[in-house]
Design a binder for this molecule. Structure first.
Ligand code: PNS
Length: 157
């Protein structure tokens, strides 16, 4: 079975992430959505909450499991038996960071390929940071995040 990991902060998960997860789940037998623990940048939502939001938002996809990781991503991917790391690409400004990470990960483990999914056009503007800003300013999150995330954000942001 072809296994992939989709790593990220998911602080919180957006509809853009869910779209990538759905598309990746059609190409791979199993997709581990891996939430980073102890990232360099501090997360707004606790790990437990980020994972719970992801679990609810992806429960309609049978071959997806939500997990967490710390340490090197390639080591986690190897442990899971993954042949690919999934990342989403939106606008051009994503490219430099993603290119650097993909080449670093290849240097660390050449057996693990990074596979990029181009965002669906309707999510090209979307980011977890913007979503948090909109929620803080009491704006509508319609179409930007799964319903369970919108509900959660109303309560805490
Ligand atoms: O959603 P994000 O914040 O863009 O995700 C970044 C993430 C988690 C993919 C990245 O920070 C990561 O892979 N961290 C693990 C540490 C690591 O393996 N570093 C070396 C390769 S860049």
């Amino acid at each position: 079975m072809k296994i992939a990991v989709y790593p990220g902060s998911f602080d919180p998960v957006t509809n853009g992430h869910v779209d990538v997860i759905e598309r990746a789940s059609r190409m791979f037998g199993k997709v581990y959505v891996a939430v980073i623990r102890n990232p360099e940048k501090e997360a707004y939502f606790a790990l437990k909450d980020r994972m719970e939001m992801l679990k609810q938002a992806t429960r309609h996809i049978k071959n997806v499991a939500v997990d967490s990781f710390s340490g090197l991503l390639v080591d986690y991917a190897k442990k899971k038996g993954a042949l690919a790391i999934i990342r989403g690409l939106r606008v051009g400004s994503d490219f430099d960071y993603e290119f650097q990470m993909a080449l670093t990960n290849r240097k660390l483990n050449p057996k693990i390929e990074t596979v990029f999914f181009m965002t669906d056009g309707k999510y090209a503007f979307l980011s977890s940071s913007l979503v948090k800003q909109i929620a803080k300013l009491r704006g509508a999150l319609t179409g930007m995040v799964p319903p369970n995330v919108a509900k959660k954000m109303k309560g805490v942001v």
